[in-house]
Design a protein around this ligand. Structure first.
Ligand code: PLP
Length: 388
């Protein structure tokens, strides 16, 4: 059973938080672990830090457990864009090579690939299509199709860069299918996991995913400005270093030994100093939540909470985007029937926190909410509709 208590999730005292696709309330365990580290730092600087020297290796091991992979495949980063830039800028592209992405990707998974145009690389974007066959009237972003992907692939395709879950519509890629497609064609599949890690299972080794870049303050409920990166060994070996610093080399603390001997595991991308309070916070979260519960269990709980919301939502007032199970995610996007610029603000007066992107209101509950919360949220949505 999930811990849904206010003690563990103090944000429940003030609001009904349905915006885990944006910036989540930091879970208590994360806050406490970060505070302990910061206290040690304040009291003694380096002299207080020895108990924390194993934070980073622990972080690698715990993320690896989450991804069902080896600790050597994990790097700590600060955000999704950093991970993507390290990969895109270091990839051994030749002029004329091609990257395929989707027209409505989040900027952190768009600009790093766009930057490669200066190396003579072509960025091809999948158009927006209607994965449901029932959204032809919807002009907001919906998703992309395997059929168009197949058309766009050529012998020059090196990378396919897509989000596991689209940040607008909540459309989830079927990574097993996508990874198989890439394996057959020798293409490297790079995934933006910001909207899935912490709520959907993601096992890159199993799916043939080459890399996953993640922001940890959404579904993982960690500190703002903390990220992580998974790379397979084969993919990592291809990447040239573009960021280097005090942590890049295997000689570690021998700072005046300048021999060129970079790490070959995930530490290859941890070029310099990291925010240890972030690592402490994330390790606390893995122990207390994300390795305590299964990702499959969390996904089911979140889907059930969304189903309660849907059962009580007046669907004459709102159109929900309902995808087949394999394309469902933590984000349930609903389109209000009437445009209403102040709806999010009026819902906030009821204590309901949601975010709007491209016309969708995104319902993004996490496992610690209750069915009663979701019923109450839907009733407020119904009450506030059409008042704009
Ligand atoms: C799909 C996706 N990727 C990445 C991010 C965040 O990127 P970054 O960590 O670079 O700020 C978001 C935030 O909304 C997102 O929705």
């Amino acid at each position: 059973m999930f811990d849904k208590s206010e003690e563990a999730f103090p944000a429940k005292k003030n609001s009904l938080f349905l915006a885990h696709c944006a910036i989540s309330p930091m879970a208590l365990q994360a806050k406490d672990a970060a505070r302990d580290f910061l206290e040690a730092m304040a009291e003694g600087g380096i002299s207080g830090l020895p108990p924390y020297f194993n934070l980073l290796p622990r972080f690698h091991r715990k993320c690896a457990e989450l991804f069902h992979t080896d600790a050597a495949n994990i790097s700590a980063t600060h955000n999704t864009a950093e991970g993507m830039c390290l990969l895109a800028n270091g990839y051994p592209f030749e002029p004329g090579d091609e990257i395929i992405s989707y027209v409505h990707e989040f900027p952190s998974n768009h600009y790093p690939w766009r930057l490669q145009e200066r190396r003579g690389v072509k960025l091809l974007l999948l158009g927006d299509t209607d994965p449901l066959g029932s959204l032809s009237a919807v002009t907001a972003p919906r998703g992309w199709s395997m059929a168009e992907l197949e058309e766009k692939v050529s012998p020059r395709t090196r990378i396919i860069a897509l989000s596991h879950v689209q940040f607008t519509s909540g459309y989830a890629a079927d990574l097993m299918e996508l990874g198989g497609f890439c394996r057959e064609r020798g293409i490297d599949l790079v995934i933006d996991g910001a909207q899935s890690v912490g709520v959907l299972p993601l096992y890159p080794d199993e799916y043939n995913v080459a890399a996953v870049a993640v922001s940890c303050w959404k579904w993982l409920m960690g500190p703002f400005g903390s990220g992580l990166l998974y790379t397979s060994e084969e993919f990592r070996d291809k990447i040239e270093l573009t960021m280097v610093g005090s942590s890049s080399m295997q000689q570690g603390l021998e700072y005046l030994d300048h021999s060129w001997n970079p790490h070959v595991d995930g530490r290859k991308f941890e070029y310099s100093t990291l925010a240890w309070e972030h690592l402490a916070a994330l390790n606390g979260l893995f122990d207390s939540l994300f390795l305590r519960y299964s990702m499959e269990g969390i996904r089911e709980e979140v889907f059930e909470l969304q189903d309660v919301f849907l059962a009580h939502l007046d669907q004459d007032l709102y159109t929900p985007l309902l995808f087949a199970d394999e394309h469902r995610s933590g984000i349930l996007a609903v389109l209000p029937r009437d445009a209403d610029a102040l709806l999010v603000e009026r819902l906030a007066r009821h204590g309901i926190v949601v975010t709007e992107r491209s016309g969708y209101i995104r319902i993004a509950p996490h496992f610690y909410l209750s069915p009663g919360d979701m019923k109450m949220a839907a009733e407020c949505f119904n009450e506030e509709a059409g008042k704009g």
